[in-house]
Write a protein that binds this ligand. Structure first.
Ligand code: C2E
Ligand code: MG
Ligand code: MG
Ligand code: MG
Length: 288
């Protein structure tokens, strides 16, 4: 029985992890169909919490793919693959569409919550990208202030000037920009200073390691100082326990995101979580 279980695990592992060209092409085809299918791709939402007040300041939208044969596929497995082809464009358009509709729904219910969407560098090299986002906002009537876009330092690599033009257009329209996975890239300080970003997100690898590693703690501390000196709000991702919350608060970090508060959740579950969280926050405030 165990042997059979192991065999089927291995089989599934191979099918999903095989990086061979044939398998890759097959997965890309599956992903292309998933974008059209509307029942395989969804967004989960993870709250971002203000460390000073405990309030939820927004959510990050994270894609989920329920593959019809292979089951749940982690974004780290299919996003990089999509990014290496033009498929990332329709995929990003699809994600933006779902996210903006969700943001609109929350706003209409009287609980406006800014939604952050992850962008691939490739989108920023498309001169028409900003126009597409504006079109979407116009069609749905969502205020630009309720949409955030997360970019990574790799924008520096490909074609910095072209990417900067797109980023400035988005930013000038009132969409706030966030620099994701800070600390893992190779961008220069000069480039960072030119980026029209409002927020810096420290990569979870440093946040998770800072309790046990002096070097990681120094990096987190330095990133917070750098962000503040550039006038940015600083977010720590991968906040998993109360100790991390305390340490980050002591370092003056602005916002925390991580399993300590909540995992990324489907929208209905997020609504329930938020109701409970807000209630406990209010109870805490009235007790004092
Ligand atoms: P990211 O943008 O840095 O997102 C944060 C990742 O950390 C998410 O992984 C999230 O589930 C995970 N995370 C959050 N809190 C914790 C924590 O306390 N502990 C740990 N261990 N992990 C935590 P996820 O959802 O697997 O996404 C991985 C990456 O895939 C994202 O990293 C992002 O780069 C990419 N991605 C996800 N959704 C999209 C999308 O819609 N479009 C694009 N282009 N990329 C996406
Ligand atoms: Mg992100
Ligand atoms: Mg990140
Ligand atoms: Mg990441």
């Amino acid at each position: 029985h165990l042997a059979r279980e192991q065999a089927s695990t291995v089989q599934q592992y191979d099918a999903a992890h095989d990086t061979g060209a044939e398998n890759r092409l097959e997965l890309l085809g599956d992903l292309r169909r998933a974008i059209g299918a509307d029942d395989q791709l969804s967004l989960h939402y993870q709250p971002k919490v203000c460390l000073a007040t405990g309030r939820v300041t927004g959510v990050e939208a994270l894609i989920r793919w329920q593959h019809p044969r292979l089951g749940r596929m982690a974004p780290d497995r299919f996003i990089p693959m999509a990014e290496s082809t033009s498929l990332i464009r329709p995929l990003t358009a699809h994600v933006l569409d779902i996210a903006v509709r969700q943001a609109k729904l929350w706003a209409e219910r009287g609980t406006p919550i800014p939604i952050a969407v992850n962008l691939s560098t490739r989108c920023l090299l498309d001169p028409g990208f900003a126009g597409q986002v504006f079109g979407l906002l116009y069609r749905t009537g969502l205020p630009a202030a309720l949409l955030k876009l997360e970019i990574t330092e790799s924008v520096a690599m490909a074609d910095p000037d072209r990417a900067l033009t797109v980023l400035r257009a988005l930013h000038d329209a009132g969409i706030s920009l966030s620099l994701d996975d800070f600390g893992t890239g190779h961008s220069s300080m000069a480039y960072l200073q030119r980026l029209p970003v409002d927020e810096l997100k420290i990569d979870k690898s440093f946040v998770q390691a800072m309790a046990d590693s002096r070097a990681d703690e120094v990096l987190v501390r330095t990133a917070i100082t750098l962000g503040h000196n550039l006038g940015l709000s600083v977010v720590a991702e991968g906040v998993e326990d109360e100790a991390a919350v305390g340490a980050l608060r002591a370092l003056g970090c602005d916002i925390a995101q991580g399993y300590h508060y909540a995992r990324p959740m489907p929208p209905e579950e997020f609504d329930r979580w938020l109701a409970g969280y807000t209630e406990s926050l209010t109870a805490l405030a009235t007790r004092n």
